[in-house]
Ligand binder design. Structure first.
Ligand code: ZN
Length: 203
């Protein structure tokens, strides 16, 4: 499986990092070595002193697709969750400044948390779902999928122009505002509406 991530999909997050609003979605990939195994902690890598959490709504692809039309995109995922796109922000800033790829800052071992997937049909629409990240019991990121610049179906279609989607692939749909650093001992919990879909310890 591969993980396809979208950057800069929420206006207020673009502003907090002083990024430009993109004309088309920013896309990058994490390899299948990125996810933290269930029940395991997230271990801060030694090459960064500023690893940030980014909670994101994620969808799991249920069949092979390429050049998917936006109106058919909803047929390519049944399950939805929340995850974390861990980012070595200090390293990413350096790479960005030099115009280099972000992989070392975004795709390292342990850089993805995948929450438990649930049936998308439990929601009226995927375009109006509240989600939230708690750090040590305090709300640090809270948003709604309605604030995405590109909606989930548009993202599935856009991604499939470049990459064949396969069963089990996961799309991270971008983070809203409120990103921040993690420290050893932190506990992160992700919610889709009232459902807690992951809990991870930071070490
Ligand atoms: Zn992200």
């Amino acid at each position: 499986m591969k993980i396809i991530c979208i950057g800069r999909n929420y206006v207020n997050h673009i502003a907090e990092l002083n990024n430009e609003r993109p004309d088309e979605p920013v896309i990058f990939i994490k390899p299948d070595t990125a996810p933290v195994q269930k029940q395991f902690p997230f271990i801060i890598p030694e090459f960064s002193s500023a690893v940030h959490y980014e909670i994101e709504v994620i969808v799991k692809i249920n069949k092979v697709g390429k050049h998917i039309a936006p109106k058919f995109a909803h047929k390519y995922y049944d399950e939805i969750s929340v995850g974390i796109d861990f980012t070595a922000r200090d390293l990413q800033d350096k790479l960005k400044a030099k115009g280099l790829p972000w992989e070392k800052a975004k795709a390292f071992d342990g850089s993805a948390i995948l929450g438990d997937f649930i049936d998308k049909n439990g929601f009226e629409t995927v375009d109006n779902i509240n989600f939230e990240l708690l750090k040590n019991g305090q709300s640090v990121q809270k948003s709604n999928t309605g604030y995405m610049l590109w909606k989930v179906d548009e993202l599935v279609a856009e991604v499939s122009k470049y990459f064949t989607l396969r069963t089990g692939d996961v799309i991270f749909t971008g983070t809203p505002e409120g990103v921040g650093p993690v420290a050893p001992g932190d506990v992160l919990e992700g919610f889709l509406e009232e459902k807690k879909l992951f809990k991870v310890q930071v070490k």
